[in-house]
Design a protein around this ligand. Structure first.
Ligand code: BES
Ligand code: MN
Ligand code: ZN
Length: 490
């Protein structure tokens, strides 16, 4: 599929489907649309009246145009109120248009939407992201595709001539989001620590990043007892992935991104019971998936920022070798942890990844993790929890997430709650009381970062969508990639 920005006028465009946006309560056709309506013998006005179309955001009507006209179909899409128009509205509208056009067996599509905030580049990028993300279908595990409609071949973005660079940027970012979706959606017998390392290798090779994979022995030498404690019951070797993007010139900043990489979380000996969602725990590498997705995008975008992409990848399994509830592990910074619950494993793997990243001398660290069910209880499916003691990093991430269309909500790092992690025998326990569970998890992570500004994103909710929404189909969302890219580019 090719996305082409063009200055072709609406009335001059010829092809299968022309999609045009109309603001709410302003659906009287004027200008080019009035002419188009006349050319079509008043068809558009008739349909607007018949379908009681008011221009409510994301509402659509489709008009089949008779033979002898330059277009086969017209899609009218509601833009909502002019004041409420955001970049995210356009991303979502573009997705609605693309899906509708596909159902209408469109091969060539033109989209005419208003420019947001006089910013043609941001508008072109958002529309291109929305269409591509919406049209992506994961058919890797189907023997036959269910959607029998032909693929859309070209999408012309009317009024955005000259915005080729913005479209390319969108394509590079989307390639990262789709990689993250694919990694999360694939089951744990397809995505393993070994294949995650192979994926990192492919990114390094394709986009010129440097790669280090620390095998188990090297992790042992570094004293990563917390990570290896989690890994010890798995029949698969753990892989500590460290991908490095270095710009050609001196970097203006150095950053580290860490993702929780549990390719499956059974809970360990505190095994997840019926109704716990154990069958969905392939998603527990969503942080690592976002990290690798961001690496793929950054490798193409080539900003003048050095970025380290890190994940301690393993499974949380049971066997005679499994860590027992009550075992004490020593992390690579020397701190000891009483594992009072083997299902709080993500923070154990992150502990060693944070200690490692902290030694790289970066300006800031962000980790992403499907860390706690408690965060889903607090914020629901659509919003990630943001935890950081650093107001500057918090505001950078909030700005980055806003234009990405990915929602974050800052939650407090209430130091007093660390009392819940006090252990009688070790430096700390890995699990506190039920209430405030995502906060104690964040406080646990904080023990493994010295002075580097750091933020933690709990993405347990938004990593997966039960229902289709805007540009996300049901399933893996690729959450985090766009926010990370914006953060690195900021
Ligand atoms: N991977 C889970 C968290 C999770 C839950 C992710 C739901 C996605 C959806 C994590 O390892 C876990 O099991 N957390 C426990 C922590 C508890 C034992 C302190 C939880 O949230 O119940
Ligand atoms: Mn767990
Ligand atoms: Zn987990």
């Amino acid at each position: 599929m090719t996305i082409q920005p063009t200055n072709t006028a609406l009335l001059d465009w010829t092809g299968d489907t022309l999609a045009v946006g109309l603001f709410e309560d302003a659906v009287d056709l004027t200008g080019d649309l009035a002419i188009l309506n006349d050319n079509l013998g008043g068809l558009l006005k008739e349909l607007i009246a018949e379908e009681e179309f008011t221009g409510k955001a994301n509402s659509t009507i489709v008009a089949r145009v008779g033979a002898g006209h330059p277009v086969r179909k017209v899609i009218l899409v509601g833009l909502g109120k002019p004041d409420a128009l955001k970049l995210e509205t356009l991303r979502c509208l573009a997705a609605t248009v693309a899906r509708t056009a596909k159902k209408q067996k469109t091969k060539t599509l033109a989209i005419s939407l208003p420019v947001w905030n006089n910013d043609q580049a941001a508008t072109g990028q958002a529309i291109a992201e929305g269409t591509q993300l919406a049209l992506y279908q994961d058919i890797r595990f189907k023997s036959e595709p269910e959607d029998k409609n032909p693929p859309i071949e070209t999408i012309d973005l009317l009024g955005l001539g000259g915005q080729e660079a913005a479209i390319t940027r969108a394509e590079q970012i989307v390639s990262g989001v789709i990689l993250a979706r694919q990694l999360v959606a694939a089951p744990a017998n397809a995505v393993t620590p070994i294949t995650m390392a192979e994926t990192a290798k492919a990114i390094a090779k394709d986009h010129g990043l440097h790669l280090e994979i620390l095998e188990q022995e090297e992790c042992e030498k570094l004293g990563m007892g917390a990570f290896l404690g989690v890994a010890q019951a798995s029949d698969l070797p753990p892989k500590f992935i460290h991908l490095i993007y270095k710009p050609a010139t001196t970097p203006k900043r150095k950053l580290a991104i860490i993702g929780k990489g549990l390719t499956f979380d059974s809970g360990g000996l505190n095994i997840k019971g019926a109704g716990s969602g154990i069958e969905t725990m392939k998603i527990d590498m969503g942080g690592a998936a976002a990290t690798l997705g961001a690496a793929k995008a950054i490798g193409q975008l080539k900003p003048d920022v050095e970025v380290h992409f890190i994940s301690a990848v393993t499974e949380n399994m049971i066997s005679g070798r499994a860590m027992r509830p009550g075992d004490i592990l020593t992390a690579s910074n020397g701190k000891t942890i009483e594992v009072n619950n083997t299902d709080a494993e993500g923070r154990l793997t992150l502990a060693d990844a944070l200690v490692y990243a902290d030694k790289l001398g970066v300006d800031a660290i962000v980790d992403l993790a499907t860390l706690t069910g408690a965060c889903v209880v607090a914020l629901g499916d659509d919003i990630a929890g943001l935890f950081t003691p650093d107001d500057a990093v918090a505001s950078q991430l909030q700005t980055a997430s806003e234009s990405a269309g990915e929602k974050l909500w800052r939650l407090p790092m209430e130091e007093k709650y660390f009392e819940g992690l006090k252990s009688g025998i070790a430096d700390m326990k890995n699990t506190g009381p039920r209430y405030g569970g995502s906060i104690t998890a964040a406080l646990f992570l904080k023990q493994f970062v010295k002075d580097t500004p750091w933020a933690h994103l709990d993405i347990a909710g938004p990593v997966w969508a039960d229902k289709e929404n805007c540009y996300n189909g049901a399933g893996a969302t690729g959450f985090g990639v766009r926010t990370l890219v914006n953060w690195v580019l900021s």
